[in-house]
Design a protein around this ligand. Sequence first.
Ligand SMILES: Cc1cc2nc3c(=O)[nH]c(=O)nc-3n(C[C@H](O)[C@H](O)[C@H](O)COP(=O)(O)OP(=O)(O)OC[C@H]3O[C@@H](n4cnc5c(N)ncnc54)[C@H](O)[C@@H]3O)c2cc1C
Length: 409
Amino acid sequence: MSDTRPRIAIIGGNFAGLTAAIKLSRHHAVTVIDPSRHFEWAPGIHEILSSVKTPQSLRLDRSAIVKQAGHRFLRDRVSVLDPAQGRLVTAGGHELQFDACIVAVGALWNTHHVPGVARHAMPFRSVADSQAIEQRLDSLVREGKPLRIVIAGGGLAGIEALGELLRRHRNDAGLSIELIESGARLLPGLPASLDADLRRLCEPYAVSFRTGTTIASVSAKGVRLADGTRLRSGLTLWTAGLAPPTLLRESGLAPPPQIWADVHATLQSRHFDNVFVVGDAAQLPHAVGKQAYNAIDMGALAAANATRWLGGRTLKPFKPAPRPTLVAFGDLQTYLVAGRTVVASKALAGAKEGVYQVFMAQMAPGNVLTSLPAAAGRLWRSWRQLTLPQLMSLADFRSLPDFRAVRLL
Ligand SMILES: Cc1cc2nc3c(=O)[nH]c(=O)nc-3n(C[C@H](O)[C@H](O)[C@H](O)COP(=O)(O)OP(=O)(O)OC[C@H]3O[C@@H](n4cnc5c(N)ncnc54)[C@H](O)[C@@H]3O)c2cc1C
C-alpha cells in the first residue's frame, strides 16, 4: 500500500533539525538528512582541549535517535534543494520529493577571506576540530617545542578555548597565548565587566590580549597583524565568526543581498511557503542569537508550524525565551550573565555541566522521552528549567561558596 502521509524533509540533524524530528508525529513521513553519523554537543567541545570531555561523551548516534522517533535517517549531504518543485537531491544521488521542508543546516567556519587562514589556522566548530587541536598541542609538547598559541576571536568560543588551554597547560614552561579580537573588548555583546574580570584572572599567566586588532594573514610560522606586527605561533586557532552554508543561496532561500535565509517570525521562508528555516541558518525579522537553545526552540516551533501549514491552519510566531549565558573559563571561573547582571562562581560550572548531562541523557537513544512525541514536551520543559537558573534568586546565588557579583561597567 502506498504511503499517503504528508512528506516532510529535514535537512540537517543537529540541535534544530533533530528537535524538529522528535517533535513531529508519525502521522508524517519524515526523512532527516545529514552527512554526519553523530549528533554533536558543540557547546562542550572546548573541554576536549583539556581532556575533561572525551569526543565520545559529546556525541550521540543520530540514526538511532531518528529511528526511535519513528522516522527515517539518510546519511548524506543535500546538494540541490528546489523548493518550487518540492524536491531535493543528495550528493549520494538520492532524490526526494517533499510537501514541506525544514532547513536546519547551521553555520560554517568563517575565514573572512584572510590569506592563509584556510591552510594554516585550525577551525574550532566541531568535535573533530577540537580533537585535531588537542593532537597538535600534544605533538608540540612531545617535541619539546614552546607552546606559542594565537587565538583569533575573543567571543564565547575563543574565551572558552582559552580557559581550557589554561586549565591544561598553564604550568607548562614556554606557554604563551596571544588572543586577538577585532572588537573593542572581549566577549562583545556581553557586559563590559567580563572583559576586565577575564584580564585580571589571566594576569599570572603568559596571556596577552589585543582588542581592536585584526589579523592580515596567517602562515605556518604565525600571524601578521593589520599594523604589520608579526606574532610567532605553533598553533593558530581561528574562532572568528560564522559563514552561511552555500545551499541557502543556491536554493533561493537567501537571495542577495541576504546572507542567511530570511524568514517570517513564524520561521516560514519569505520566498517559499513550503520551507521553514531554523537555527543558525535562519535570519528572523528581529535579531535572535545563534545559540543552541534558540535552535532547539526553533526546531520545536518549526515542527508545529509545518504541521499547521500542511493542515491549512494559522502559524505561530517564534518568541525567544530569555535565557542567561553561562561562560565557562576552564577551572578558573564560570560566569552567569542574565541581562546586565553578572555573577561569578566556580560552582556555576555545575550548572553548565547539568544542562549538558540532562540534555544528552534525554536525547540518548533508549530514552522514552525521545521515543514518544507526546512526551517530548517534558524534555523541553526540563531543559528550560535547567537553562533558566535566573529563576534562582540573588539570595540563592549568595549561598554559593565563592559567589561574587561582578561590578557592571
Ligand atoms: C565552540 C562553540 C561553542 C558554543 N557554545 C555555545 C553555548 O555555550 N551555548 C549555546 O547556546 N550555543 C553555543 N554554541 C552555538 C551552538 O552550537 C549553535 O547555535 C547550534 O549548534 C546551532 O544549531 P543548528 O541545529 O542550527 O546547527 P548545527 O548544530 O550547526 O547543525 C547543522 C547540521 O546540519 C548539517 N548539514 C549542513 N549542511 C548540510 C547539507 N547540505 N545537507 C545535510 N545536512 C547538512 C550538519 O552536518 C549539522 O549536523 C557554540 C558553538 C560552538 C562552535
